[in-house]
Design a binder for this molecule. Structure first.
Ligand SMILES: Nc1nc2c(c(=O)[nH]1)N[C@H]1C(S)=C(S)[C@@H](COP(=O)(O)OP(=O)(O)OC[C@H]3O[C@@H](n4cnc5c(=O)[nH]c(N)nc54)[C@H](O)[C@@H]3O)O[C@H]1N2
Ligand SMILES: Nc1nc2c(c(=O)[nH]1)N[C@H]1C(S)=C(S)[C@@H](COP(=O)(O)OP(=O)(O)OC[C@H]3O[C@@H](n4cnc5c(=O)[nH]c(N)nc54)[C@H](O)[C@@H]3O)O[C@H]1N2
Ligand code: SF4
Ligand SMILES: [Mo]
Length: 752
């Protein structure tokens, strides 16, 4: 029997918390160094500015890092030529310096050891020892079971470097939470409907829209920079905003119409809107005739999906459904039906995304000013290296014929394939991860724990002692984004642009960039031809020269924009456009779904209701934090230290809960929150739901600021609804109740 993989709280021994000896400087109200200020602000002339793009979230805004004469990072500001940021960073981006100064950072490589009494702990190791250990394990796995048995989880830029190593090694057994826990359903639905992706940054023409329709998307709390800026322009230009959300979100407060929908019923509302457009004859006939396929089938499909029918399901009055549909039609085609981003809600999410795509097509809201524009990115040539070997099997084979339209690996399936009792077609024996904190981003903790107990080996590349590093056998400390070269950012936008990230300062402690870590491992595996450079700057310089610039020039400008090569941003009226679908048209009726045995047009199906005394757990973002990665960043911690649980006053009365009272949450499967969370009594959430900001409730003590603050939504998500089309895990299918008494005794670490 294998011993269980104990979660190790990284020991402070030798990792010594260092007094920073730095003083506070405030930028946009953020204290950058986390201590009281006596320091004079340095002027820009006294500092050097180096280009970067932000890694605090995945919008990847480009900016400048300012370093003073003493070599200290003093501020990060946006790059004016960058379309993603227009020269302004969001609070998280400005506070990104806190990632560099965080004294809890991983400082050296660590290796798991087991004492005679069975307790496990981390020992500091040299880079050589840690790299040798991982390379030896990779060799062993490859010899015994094939490289494919080494699975990996990746996200963000470090994840990209890890992917390069693993593909060169021979494995494509990978998944990232950014697909099956985020935007996977959107990608699959828009590909089937329009033959194209929405992409990131989303090609939403919010800046010039007349009507913005937000289904859950909580822009303003979801701080994706350019979208927030464009929404505020749209508000200034008096565009109509329609927000559908069971919670009075930040955009709901700016909206002409707020539709406080009963959660899990959006498909019914969308189909009723489609009904109104068709049966009131206010859809865009020319567009539908010219560009779409399956209108007649759609028309008869929605015949009975009237606003009165939807009212009974969604609780939105028929009159309001009609008025909002007419409002959209009145502004068409300058309407943005926002496709959302984190869209794994109820397991029928690909169908809901299809409904959004269909609604947009009926309004002709595609390729027109103020709707969805046609984005373009600059293709950056691949550095000359041999092609990757073809794995004998990959992530697709682990789906066992399920989820036929999945475009990327499915996290939960790789976990299941790591557990022998599930008798997977291929057993995954070891894992690597970079840039993802699986214990806080994956539903079904028991599955993750069982998978971790089953695998032979796990190595993690991270910057912080996060929950994920606690389960690793080897931990590699990565340098933060401010201390490293990285891939070029070739963002899609109205105009293509490329941005450079370069080190502003040397890596602190013994941290190293991911590109260096994977090169070291690769070379130990004999994969030299895939790492045919000494420094990543050589790769960048070569790539930049292929696209008409150079590293030298980019160091001065940071961002280069290019002219478009694929045609105009908007479609002209007399143009004929072939969509990359089976029929060459926008498929209102999806031939792809039909041939795979799925409903060719969306159908509303009822979802389970909360049991008595339970409330649906819904969650979202707060402007000053990103997922689980920023809670320990002192700048952002200053702005928001914990989450709360939003409870409607009726429910608060029923339970006699007071504002600010601490409670524990328990879900339908008996999972209890690790820490207490404060109640926020507010009419801004429906009575049938409670709301929490995701990312809090950290359980690793080494996160000295974030530990024990608030509760983790993830801990309450033991149940999820799999999307049969692409494997997304619908996560808003859990119900929680309140515990007023501490559910555990004598726990030293409990702060409540
Ligand atoms: N319950 C619940 N689950 C969710 C969500 C939710 O709202 N609620 N959201 C979902 C969504 S939309 C997404 S996209 C995923 C995101 O899920 P993840 O990809 O897991 O993102 P994070 O939680 O931010 O974890 C990022 C990890 O990367 C580390 N990190 C940060 N910067 C660097 C770096 O430069 N180098 C390295 N090597 N590591 C770094 C952080 O310390 C952290 O451990 O989560 C999904 N899961
Ligand atoms: N500040 C900040 N910004 C971020 C991120 C971050 O971590 N921090 N992460 C980024 C990433 S990767 C992503 S994917 C996006 C995610 O951001 P979005 O794509 O905007 O995420 P959603 O899950 O749609 O938004 C949550 C909203 O959905 C509402 N909601 C819950 N249930 C339902 C329902 O049944 N129907 C409807 N109509 N609404 C419902 C909630 O009340 C909440 O207001 O945010 C991005 N921006
Ligand atoms: S939106 Fe904010 S956190 Fe995200 S990349 Fe831009 S500045 Fe950074
Ligand atoms: Mo996401």
């Amino acid at each position: 029997m294998k011993t269980r993989r104990q979660f190790i709280k990284i020991s402070a021994a030798g990792a010594g918390a260092v007094a920073l000896g730095l003083h506070t400087m405030k930028v946009n109200g953020l204290s950058l160094f986390g201590e009281e200020s006596t320091e004079e602000a340095a002027s820009n002339e006294d500092m050097t500015a180096t280009p970067t793009y932000c890694e605090v979230c995945f919008w990847k805004c480009a900016g400048w890092t300012y370093v003073d004469k003493k070599g200290r990072i003093r501020k990060i500001i946006g790059n004016k030529n960058d379309p993603n940021s227009n020269g302004r960073l969001c609070p998280r981006g400005t506070g990104g310096i806190g990632m560099y100064y965080d004294e809890d950072r991983l400082k050296t490589p660590l290796i798991r050891e087991t004492k005679k009494d069975g307790t496990q702990y981390f020992r500091q190791a040299s880079w050589d020892e840690a790299l040798n250990k991982v390379a030896a394990k990779m060799k062993e796995i490859k010899e015994k079971y094939g490289a494919e048995a080494f699975g990996y989880f990746n996200h963000g830029t470090p994840g990209g470097h890890l992917e390069h190593l693993m593909r060169a090694y021979g494995s494509a057994t990978n998944a990232e939470p950014a697909f099956a826990q985020c935007r996977g359903p959107r990608s699959v639905a828009y590909l089937a409907t329009y033959g194209a992706f929405i992409g990131s940054p989303e090609c939403t023409d919010i800046r010039d829209t007349r009507c913005l329709v937000l289904i859950g998307s909580h822009i303003g709390e979801n701080m994706h920079n350019q979208q927030v800026q464009e929404m505020s322009m749209a508000i200034d230009q008096k565009a109509t905003i329609i927000t559908v959300d069971p919670r009075f979100s930040t955009p709901a407060a700016k909206s002409k119409y707020w539709l406080p929908i009963k959660p899990a019923t959006d498909i019914a509302l969308l189909m009723a809107w489609i009904h109104v457009l068709i049966y009131e004859d206010i859809y865009n006939k020319d567009f539908v005739k010219k560009y779409t396929f399956g209108f007649d089938q759609l028309k008869s499909h929605v015949k009975n999906m009237t606003p009165e029918w939807a009212y009974g399901i969604t609780t939105i009055p028929p009159d309001l459904i009609r008025r909002t549909a007419r409002e959209m039609a009145g502004h068409a085609p300058a309407v943005v039906i926002h496709p959302g981003r984190h869209v794994v809600w109820y397991g029928d999410d690909t169908q809901r995304e299809r409904a959004l795509g269909i609604l947009g097509a009926l309004l002709g809201a595609w390729g027109k000013r103020g709707s969805l524009y046609i984005p373009e990115a600059k293709p950056v040539p691949k550095y000359p290296q041999p092609p990757y070997p073809k794995p004998k099997w990959d992530w697709k084979d682990l789906n066992n014929g399920k989820f036929p339209l999945a475009l990327m690996g499915i996290t939960t399936e790789i976990m299941r394939a790591s557990i022998p009792r599930y008798k997977p077609k291929h057993l995954v024996r070891a894992w690597l991860s970079a840039g993802t904190n699986l214990p806080l981003s994956m539903p079904d903790k028991p599955l993750l724990k069982e998978a971790l107990d089953s695998i032979e080996f796990f190595a993690v590349i991270d910057t912080m002692p996060m929950e994920v590093t606690g389960y690793a056998d080897v931990v590699f400390p990565e340098a933060t984004y401010l201390e490293r070269y990285d891939f070029l950012r070739a963002a899609q936008n109205r105009y293509p642009s490329v941005a450079l990230r370069m080190p502003a300062v040397k890596p602190k402690y013994k941290s190293k960039p991911a590109w260096w870590i994977v090169k070291q491992i690769g070379e130990r595996l004999g994969l030299h031809e895939y790492f045919n450079y000494n420094d990543y700057s050589e790769v960048l310089d070569w790539q930049l020269k292929q696209i008409g610039t150079s590293l030298e020039e980019m160091k001065k400008i940071g961002v280069k924009t290019f002219s478009r090569e694929t045609g105009p941003i908007y479609l002209s009226d007399n143009e004929d456009y072939q969509f990359n679908t089976n029929t060459g048209k926008i498929e209102l009726y999806s031939t792809e779904f039909e041939s795979n045995g799925f409903d060719p047009m969306p159908v509303y199906k009822a979802h389970p209701e909360p049991p008595r005394n339970f409330y649906r757990l819904i969650y979202g973002r707060a402007p000053m934090h990103t997922f689980s990665r920023t809670q320990n960043n002192h700048n952002l911690w200053d702005l928001m230290k914990q989450n709360t649980v939003w409870v409607h006053p009726t429910v608060a009365n029923l339970w006699n809960l007071k504002n600010g009272q601490k409670v524990w949450l328990k879900n339908q499967d008996g999972a209890v929150s690790d820490f207490a969370v404060e109640v926020r009594v507010t009419e801004r959430v429906r009575w049938d739901s409670v709301y929490m900001v995701h990312g809090f409730g950290h359980s690793d003590k080494k996160l000295t600021r974030a530990y024990g603050r608030g509760a983790s939504d993830e801990k309450m998500i033991t149940h999820y609804a799999m999307d049969p089309i692409m494997g997304g895990t619908g996560m808003r299918v859990n119900f929680v109740t309140f515990l007023k008494e501490k559910p555990y005794k004598n726990r030293k670490e409990d702060k409540a």
